[in-house]
Design a protein around this ligand. Sequence first.
Ligand SMILES: *Cc1c(COP(=O)(O)O)cnc(C)c1O
Length: 767
Amino acid sequence: MKFDRATFLADVERVLHADYACELKSAGRRELYNAVSKAVMEEAYDDWSKEKKSRRRRCGYFSAEFLMGRAIYSNLLNLGILEEVGDALASVGEDLNQFEEVEDAALGNGGLGRLAACYLESAASKDIALDGYGIRYRYGLFRQTFENGFQHEEGDDWLKWGDPWSVRVERDAVLVRFADQTVRAVPYDMPIFGYKNGVVNTLRLWQSEPVQAFDFASFNEMRGEVKANENFNATKITDVLYPNDNTMVGKILRLRQQYFMVSASLQDIVKKYKAAGRDLRTLPEKWCFQLNDTHPVIAIPELMRLLQGEGLTFEEAFDVCHRCFNFTNHTIMAEALEKWDALALSDLLPDVYEQIVACQQRLQGEGLDPNAFYIIRDNVVHMANLAIYVSSHVNGVAEIHTNILKTQTFKNWYERYPEKFVNITNGITPRRWMLLNNPQMARLIDSKIGTLWHTRLPELKKIRPFIDEMLPEFVRIKQENKKKLAAYIAEHEGVQLSPDFIFDVQVKRLHEYKRQMLNALSVLWYYFGIKDGEITDFPPTAFIFGAKAAPGYYMAKAIIKFINEIARLVNSDPAVSDRMKVVFVQNYNVSYAEKIVCAADISEQISLAGMEASGTSNMKFMLCGTVTLGTLDGANVEICEEAGRENNYIFGATVEEVAAIKQYYCPREILEQNPRLKRALETLVDGTLSDDSGMLRKLYESMTTGYEPDRYLVLYDFADYVRVKTQLLHDFGSDEFNKKCLVNMASVGKFSADRSVTDYAKLIWKL
Ligand SMILES: *Cc1c(COP(=O)(O)O)cnc(C)c1O
């Protein structure tokens, strides 16, 4: 975008006059933020309207979550005016950095929602016609604080800053009908700016509102369906994001959210397609849809219903849906695969349920084994099966994950429909995760190989011949990033970290399968080793954790309490203060991630093999030149393929080994063989750590007793983990080690979301 300082400042001034009756000189931070954002929106209008009017074939990315992070800096970067706006504001005595106070738009939980955000950015940057469709939650993911080491949750009031990057599109409002209520869905459109290419795609987020006296024509059309107080709770549907990651919550409100979002999106698309005078049987010529996990799968029977309402037969509607829909699976964990009670679903959405029954009957008509192929069974609707049966493509999100889908989770389906299954390994956008959060490193690379890598990440391999000469600058920049992070942590967490310590980082959602427990126990194991004089040469290390636990996930909250108690024990012990520090940062989110990933020395990716479908934080760290300490799980496997296993630190049971180990696994035997590990685990119950909630005891019990003690083989993998981790800590700082970091950076090309969306466009969307 071409930028003229005088015009820009005049635009800002005008918005301030019109919206806030104030001037630049007297504007507060929020007013200035809104005015700057709106001034940019105004400038971007032409490009956006061009794309909105474009008649090319599009893909709708249907997702219950979009974890966008803070918009302002990323938008300015992509428009190519980040520095210019900074300078313009500086010329009137304002600092662009003041907007770091602006809340992230956290309309997602973790990896799945962040992936959707990276894909929208990459698609726009690659000029792929991809639009997001989701929910405008009034409250996003909760804000996390710790009180006495326990997680506390507060509502995320992200709209208190205003929402200058969205426009309300009243004319596209539609009605969404449930058996017991009808609500109005109003879209808010957010521009998605491609990186310096003038492309602007759209993220359309729907908000639920009461029907009331909105449009008498549509209102009258409802012919008395409206019950007296049915609009009372209309806004409730989009009130709040469910804070669960990788688990299904069987709440009817959640089903209402899912149907609300897909029904509104599809009605909008069908309405416009008809208005353009086209036959709905040709819908796949102009549209396809990607279902981001099972959350939006109810879109399939909804489109069938809408199409039959427009005169298509069931078979015609089925065919259109088959050609339009594609399904991404994000997890093999049974607790995340959505299943709905058939009665509850048919009570809420009788006409949609009828379509699911029709799909089930069609499936039964194919003469397959009904025990292997079903959509409804024992009065339960299996959403993943519905998605696989109807969609043209089903994809996993890393090679190892797709292989598990084919050979285990959906084995029957794969054998019947092998052509549907494809792998698309996840990726991240290098704009937010390098150019924006690590600008000095980006400049260093630019100085060696130019800037082509900004949009073609595999070009980074060209730094290989320069690795030796880049080492000192690489180390200096990483050190500076660590200094900045340490200052931020001191201010926000009250813990002082020395940037001369190794920064060992594990940041991601709190989950038993991600095994923050394994890391925590190793910290205690090193601590006791140092205290007892058995470890005398421990390299000074800061153990940094960040994670939110779902509010109803008891064990995850217990692990947070455990780590916070370890931090208290270690940080208050002067005997180890020159060797180790532990900090659990509060409210880990996208903005925190941006600060952390560029300052890490170790990327902990230590899930039990087979459990992490892909992971994307592993890629963010790799891009910033950080070695992975990890298992052969998810995309870690491909990271090793690209960068060399010898340049990373791999440990633990493999997927093939896990099943066999579980047959005879006895955690007690392992504890008897490793007294220091036993001591570390027993701090949960022996009074070393304070907890009057009983949580730590429950955590201890989950590791040692019950039907399946230590389900995620933390204790089994412990010895190998500390062996490799200790090796890493001792390797740290040498030239050889620093080269490993840069080889990882040079090898990250495959993990660009630009490659992922290009693969989707070629293999699935045919855009
Ligand atoms: C990238 C990211 C994630 C995903 O992390 P994984 O380690 O891949 O699970 C979660 N939350 C935030 C804020 C992120 O930026």
